[in-house]
Design a protein around this ligand. Structure first.
Ligand code: NAP
Length: 291
């Protein structure tokens, strides 16, 4: 591990809560492996103290920060600059120190794309069912549209929220690439294609691991791949149902890895090779007590 001395850089995580974060495992192992004199620590930031935290971090010469729930949007007014992707998504999960203050980035979406590539899942030309219309689903819909998805069907319990996302993206790309449905209307989707489904609801997350947002076998028979963004548990009910239909299923733990890897690359200016990312991934699995 890094020997702390007068030249050690500090990076950290701000959020509330931060007690169960895996980010120290990612960044301290990366620092160790790349020989960077850097340590990463979680900072619990209480309600109402976000501005003080960002200002204080800058005053303490902190090199970079991750930002987690509930501050990913709230942090934006405290930045000196924002990357265009993060601005469009409206959420920042990484702060990078500049001479004027912190510049905000979103590494969650590039992280998801890198994880999907690693898992052998392509977006280009795909017919995609996106389950959910929350903050993450909105960003995922943008990512899918930006990366050549042929068609995106957003299925959500609250259709209005999905419609808002669809209007925004269709306006941005200049054609009707996104359509919306209620969760129970999946049988009205074209049945002559197989779909990539991205599960971006919170249904099935620990501790409610026996739930899936759609439980009908007929839905899963429409898929060739199911990609769940949930990472706890590592095999969700959505994934079990996907596998039972003969389709491929993936979880969100690699997305978590790669959002961290990309943040680390922004802070240090050094590319993290895939083999090293995979070594860190094994350490994350060990920290979660699974092989
Ligand atoms: P959010 O804004 O709270 O949105 C939650 C979504 O789940 C909404 O679409 C909501 O539908 C739906 N939902 C919740 N309970 C439901 C129920 N009982 N029945 C049907 N639909 C239900 O959450 P978020 O911030 O977008 O996060 C979504 C997921 O992404 C979380 O599970 C999180 O673990 C995951 N995530 C993963 C990573 C990673 O690195 N792998 C990073 C970030 C987030 P309504 O619109 O109808 O309420």
């Amino acid at each position: 591990m890094v020997e702390i001395n007068g030249k050690t850089y500090t990076c950290g995580l701000i959020g509330n809560p931060v007690e169960h974060t895996m980010s120290p495992v990612i960044h301290n192992n990366l620092a160790d492996a790349t020989g960077e004199n850097l340590v990463y620590v979680p900072f619990h930031v209480a309600t109402g103290l976000l501005g003080d935290a960002v200002k204080g971090a800058f005053g303490l010469n902190i090199l970079g920060m991750n930002v987690t729930v509930p501050y990913k949007s709230d942090v934006i007014p405290f930045l000196s600059d924002i990357d265009p992707l993060a601005e469009r998504i409206g959420a920042v999960n990484t702060l990078v120190r500049t001479s004027e203050g912190y510049k905000g980035y979103n590494t969650d979406m590039p992280g998801l794309l890198r994880a999907m590539k690693k898992d052998g899942v392509s977006v280009e030309g795909e017919n995609i069912i996106l389950l959910g219309a929350g903050g993450v689903a909105r960003a995922v819909a943008m990512l899918l549209a930006d990366n050549g998805a042929s068609k995106i069907y957003i299925l959500n319990r609250t259709v209005d929220k999905a419609q808002k996302i669809a209007d925004e993206i269709n306006g941005y790309v200049g054609k009707n690439i996104v359509e919306v449905k209620r969760n129970d209307e999946y049988s009205t989707l074209p049945q002559n294609v197989k779909y990539l489904a991205v599960q971006a609801t919170s249904v099935g997350m620990y501790p409610k691991v026996d739930e899936a947002v759609i439980e009908d076998e007929a839905f899963y028979n429409m898929l060739h791949t199911g990609y769940d963004l949930i990472f706890n548990p590592l095999e969700t009910k959505f994934m079990k149902l996907t596998k039972a239909s003969g389709a491929n299923a993936f979880h969100g733990y690699r997305m978590l890895l790669y959002q961290g890897v990309i943040a680390y690359e922004l802070w240090t200016g050094k590319a993290v090779p895939d083999e090293l990312a995979e070594e860190v991934y094994v350490k994350m699995l060990a920290a979660m007590n699974v092989d």
